[in-house]
Design a binder for this molecule. Structure first.
Ligand code: 5AD
Ligand code: SF4
Length: 449
């Protein structure tokens, strides 16, 4: 087969970034080369996201842009992968005539074959979801670097009423622990130092008798100099065993992404989140006791159907009580096929915007105050590269996922762990002075202070 070149754009969450690496792994094995310029490609793929309407609108806009490339190069194959493929298959092929190929998230293994069919002029829709596909044996294609992502499970069985993921990505299934450990060993050999384990509902991971805490413990043991992160945790499934495991291993990051979505029990019930605010807050307190210094981030949806001013104030109250280190905050976006789609989207757009802005402003103030409290304190960071703004500064991250900027000096190089003292802080960034190097493999000490 001649070497065709493929260009791929990724939208949405980290799971999609990891999926793109799987797709490239599959295509490269079949002799495809990868290009970062769409105008040079024989195949253009968009790995899409459906979680909110604005993501889909952006992708529709992009398909419109790519039309011109297709007119100039009639043999060019344009394919849609991921969550939109699953959701909008007919519309994409029939109405957006420029699309040749629509392939859902469980059908990537056969992508080379489908691309061949498209080269021969036939359009195709392949969106069957699988109960077993985990791409366990596929080696993802990754550029060298310090940070990597591994999907350890796929799909979601939670069926939160606002969420399209159970429909676009199908039922939960986990990869084998052994294959994940092998992948971590390879990443360690290649010098990766910060690996995030991914799953939509990662606490439900199960391989035979191994639960997610067992997986984390096994991951931590692969390389004590490699930091391990994970996302996303559901408040119903975050076990004590998991909290104790995080506390036990120094290279398991003291950082938990724990979406609350709303602070109102009435709204949580309508969302089918299966916990109460009281349970959530108890969990946070327990985690803080078991893992000293743990930090939290969250997801919040503003303007879910029937949300009143009181419900909104309850959300504000939770944010004030937990004092998150960070939050992803969204306006409710009705998704066809979900249970909430059948409820009336009755919070007016301007009210949604106003509530969201209040939440964003509050969170920003809290992030600022929490970062100010760190001034004068020591932190351990992994040096990741020059700062975005200047080659005179390095940028690194703490195990709690905060960015720290330090002046370049000849002792420091990328991939070092260093201890710094924080001297200045904004809501999004810490600034620090170099104190000393940390050698976790020799000293067996925590990667956090
Ligand atoms: N509208 C707004 N936000 C949503 N999310 C998921 N579905 C929707 C929706 N329909 C948010 C949730 C979830 C995050 C990944 O995206 O907060 O945790
Ligand atoms: Fe969606 Fe809820 Fe599953 Fe998260 S846990 S992916 S919000 S259904």
């Amino acid at each position: 087969m001649q070497s065709n070149s493929v260009y791929i754009e990724t939208y949405g969450c980290q799971m999609n970034v990891a999926d793109t690496e799987i797709v490239l792994g599959i295509l490269k094995k079949q002799g495809f080369s990868v290009t970062d310029k769409p105008e040079n490609a024989d195949v253009i793929l968009l790995n899409t996201c459906s979680v909110r309407d604005n993501a889909e609108q952006r992708i529709y806009g992009r398909i419109g842009n790519l039309k011109t490339l297709k007119y100039n190069k009639p043999g060019l194959v344009l394919g849609i992968l991921g969550c939109m493929a699953e959701r909008l298959k007919k519309d994409l092929i029939e109405n957006k005539k420029v699309v040749d190929l629509v392939v859902g998230p469980d059908e990537y293994r056969r992508l080379p074959e489908y691309i061949d069919i498209a080269f021969n002029g036939d359009k195709g829709i392949r969106v069957k979801l699988s109960r077993t596909e985990t791409y366990d044996d596929i080696e993802p294609f990754r550029e060298d670097g310090l940070s990597a992502w591994i999907s350890v499970m796929r799909g979601c069985d939670k069926f939160c009423t606002f969420c399209v993921v159970p429909f676009t990505r199908g039922r939960e299934r986990s990869r084998s622990l052994a294959s994940i450990v092998t992948e971590l060993e390879d990443l360690s050999k290649r010098g990766f130092k910060d690996v995030s384990l991914l799953g939509q509902n990662i606490n439900s991971y199960l391989d035979d008798k191994n639960d997610f805490a067992d997986l984390l413990a096994a991951a931590a043991k692969v390389d004590p100099t490699m930091r391990i992160r994970f996302t996303t945790s559901h408040p119903q499934d975050l076990s004590d065993k998991l909290l104790y495991t995080i506390a036990e291993y120094p290279n398991l990051c003291n950082y938990i992404h724990l979406p609350v979505q709303s602070g109102s029990n009435r709204i949580l019930e309508l969302m089918n989140r299966t916990y109460t605010v009281e349970h959530y807050l108890e969990l946070i307190e327990k985690a803080k006791k078991i893992i000293p210094g743990v930090s939290f981030s969250t997801d919040i949806i503003s303007g879910f159907p029937t949300e009143t001013w009181e419900d909104h104030l309850a959300t504000i109250e939770v944010i004030k009580q937990v004092r998150y280190d960070g939050a992803y905050m969204f306006k409710y976006s009705p998704r066809e096929g979900t249970k909430a789609y059948k409820m009336k989207d009755d919070v007016p757009e301007d009210v949604k915007s106003k509530r969201l802005q209040e939440i964003i402003d509050l969170q920003q103030q809290i992030s600022y105050e929490k970062n100010q409290e760190l001034i004068g304190k020591e932190e351990i960071i992994l040096v990741e590269g020059f700062s975005k703004k200047s080659d005179e500064f390095f940028s690194g991250r703490t195990d709690t996922n905060k960015v720290v900027i330090v002046p370049v000096n000849e002792r420091i190089k990328v991939s070092d762990y260093i201890k710094v003292r924080v001297n200045k802080a904004t809501s999004g960034t810490l600034f620090g002075d170099y104190l000393t190097h940390i050698y976790p493999e020799k000293e067996g000490i925590a990667l956090t202070v």
